[in-house]
Design a binder for this molecule. Structure first.
Ligand SMILES: NC(=O)c1ccc[n+]([C@@H]2O[C@H](COP(=O)([O-])OP(=O)(O)OC[C@H]3O[C@@H](n4cnc5c(N)ncnc54)[C@H](O)[C@@H]3O)[C@@H](O)[C@H]2O)c1
Length: 248
């Protein structure tokens, strides 16, 4: 039985590729009207075309989540088009600096990863929550990662940013619950997306692994299986869900 998201108005960031794209397709198939934010306009347009060609209702905005003016304008435009925001599913993120130890890690890599993954999370929540507070309801789902809590990340900056997202989620949940806004994050295991496949290839090369790269890629989980969990998290059936959802 599909999760019921009929009449829900949803912003999906990072909806051009990977998990965000699968989420946009799935929530639309479950009845939602979807605003897609990304910086990859070609693939972003492809996501919304696919939705609109199959009877859904989606629109794309070029929004860099680390840019406050862009986020503020994008959220305002999406709010006008959607006529309200019920749900934010924030999947935009980057992974850089894999395999580099701290003494060789450049400030540029550190700053760009923290800017997109952590500052971007703060900025999108800042502008979306202000709208949700006025309507006294909302659901926010953020992209964390086991990389932020288990020490298994190949990138220090990525691990730090995702640990930050966990902490941010917990405090935000406390702050916003009194306005009827529920906040969760999801920490997916290794998912077959452009981000992860590139990372697996890079680490395979760096570690001179002698087992099959193809097998490692084949074992990654499907983004649609993660999207199904996120769609459930976005539904009323998950109203008692608190904190982080880990998948493996
Ligand atoms: N793939 C995994 O195994 C995995 C595991 C744990 C967590 N995650 C997290 O899930 C989220 C989605 O990752 P994915 O694997 O689908 O990666 P992906 O690279 O396929 O998708 C990320 C999307 O974010 C967009 N993006 C990047 N920078 C942006 C910016 N500044 N503003 C707006 N959009 C931007 C990209 O264009 C892309 O469409 C990320 O936050 C990632 O850290 C992924």
């Amino acid at each position: 039985m599909p999760v019921d998201l009929r009449k829900k108005k949803i912003i999906v960031t990072g909806g051009a590729t990977g998990i965000g794209r699968s989420v946009a397709l799935r929530v639309s198939a479950n009845g939602a009207k979807v605003a897609v934010f990304d910086i990859n306009s070609l693939e972003g347009a492809s996501t919304v075309n696919k939705i609109n060609n199959s009877g859904g209702n989606a629109r794309y905005w070029h929004v860099d989540v680390s840019d406050e003016i862009g986020v503020s304008g994008g959220v305002e435009a999406a709010n006008n088009w959607l006529e309200g925001i019920d749900i934010l599913i924030h999947m935009a993120g980057i992974l850089e600096g894999a395999g580099i130890e701290v003494d060789n890690l450049s400030e540029n890599i550190w700053d760009s990863v923290l800017d997109v993954n952590l500052r971007g999370t703060y900025l999108i929540c800042k502008y979306v929550s202000s709208i949700m507070k006025k309507s006294s309801h909302g659901i926010i789902i953020l992209a964390a990662s086991p990389a932020g809590v288990t020490g298994t990340s190949s990138s220090l900056a990525y691990g730090a940013s995702k640990g930050g997202v966990h902490g941010f989620t917990m405090v935000l949940q406390n702050d916003l619950s009194k306005y009827g806004i529920r906040v969760n994050d999801i920490a997916p295991g290794s998912v077959k997306t452009p981000l992860k496949v590139e990372n697996v290839k890079l680490m395979h090369k760096k570690n001179y692994k002698n087992f099959s790269l193809e097998k490692e890629i084949d074992e990654l989980i499907s983004p649609d299986d993660v999207a199904k969990i996120i769609a459930f998290m976005a539904s009323e059936d998950a109203k008692e869900l608190k904190g982080t959802v880990f998948t493996n």
